[in-house]
Design a protein around this ligand. Structure first.
Ligand SMILES: Nc1ncnc2c1ncn2[C@@H]1O[C@H](COP(=O)(O)OP(=O)(O)O)[C@@H](O)[C@H]1O
Ligand SMILES: [Mg+2]
Length: 230
């Protein structure tokens, strides 16, 4: 298929229900929820604490399986066994707590993610490019990530997510621990990742500033998403 002819719709939730059961108590998080996501767009999933933002990202990244309904990638349902391949090849998750390897350097953390998907390019060079693009200067590439600031670690985590070159980037409150200035830098990065790199970027956030940058806001309401066009 020619570029530009590619279908923009990349990910879809169809009638998804999900609940947690712990100590015999059931918490329904989603009930018959629908959502559609396109390439080249930035989405903000918003809602109060406990409303199901993290669960939504886990379902979209297929780290959790819907109890009812489906998650579709390019129009095809991701069935049980396909979830692992989908996770590895098509999605990147930026976790709220970064989940970096503290005893590896910034550069090594990014290289690891290319190794996992068997990228044959010059990994070191690519890792350095990505880190620089994220505003992590060369003097920090060889530092252990455990010694970097929160804002710097957040940027390394984003560089690592991009290294796989997956078409869907999921990020859980990526500016939650940052001051205003750093948050603005990260928000702008995500906007570019969607608009300039053509990725489908979905972030869970509390930030109204972030929501302003998004192409579409999905507000969690009554276990479903209400779409607000920006
Ligand atoms: N592992 C779990 N076991 C039981 N309940 C959970 C678990 N994870 C989340 N929940 C509950 O599910 C609801 C949605 O959680 P979550 O998706 O983390 O919301 P948010 O990210 O919007 O704060 C909350 O009520 C939370 O307490
Ligand atoms: Mg959360």
């Amino acid at each position: 298929m020619e570029k530009g002819m590619e279908k923009k719709e990349v990910l879809k939730m169809e009638q998804v229900s999900y609940s947690y059961v712990s100590r015999g108590e059931r918490t329904e998080v989603l009930e018959d929820a629908d959502a559609v996501f396109e390439r080249g767009k930035l989405y903000a999933v918003m809602g109060p604490s406990g409303s199901g933002k993290t669960t939504t990202l886990m379902l979209l990244g297929r780290l959790e399986e819907p109890e009812k309904g489906s998650v579709l990638y390019e129009g095809k349902k991701i069935c049980g066994q396909e979830a692992q391949g989908y996770r590895t090849w098509h999605t990147s998750m930026v976790f709220q707590a970064y989940n970096l390897f503290p005893y590896l350097t910034a550069r090594e953390n990014v290289e690891v993610s290319m190794e996992i998907v068997g990228k044959k390019q010059d990994r070191r060079k690519r890792a350095e490019e990505l880190l620089t693009q994220m505003g992590i200067g060369p003097e920090l590439h060889r530092k252990l990530v455990g010694k970097l600031s929160g804002g710097e670690q957040q940027r390394v985590a984003i560089a690592r997510a991009l290294a796989k070159d997956a078409d869907i980037v999921l990020a859980d409150e990526p500016t939650g621990n940052l001051d205003e200035k750093n948050a603005a830098v990260i928000q702008e990065l995500f906007r570019k990742i969607a608009h300039e790199m053509g990725k489908c970027v979905i972030v869970a956030t509390h930030s109204a500033e972030f929501a302003k940058k998004a192409d579409q806001v999905l507000r969690m309401k009554h276990k479903r998403f209400t779409v607000v066009e920006e």
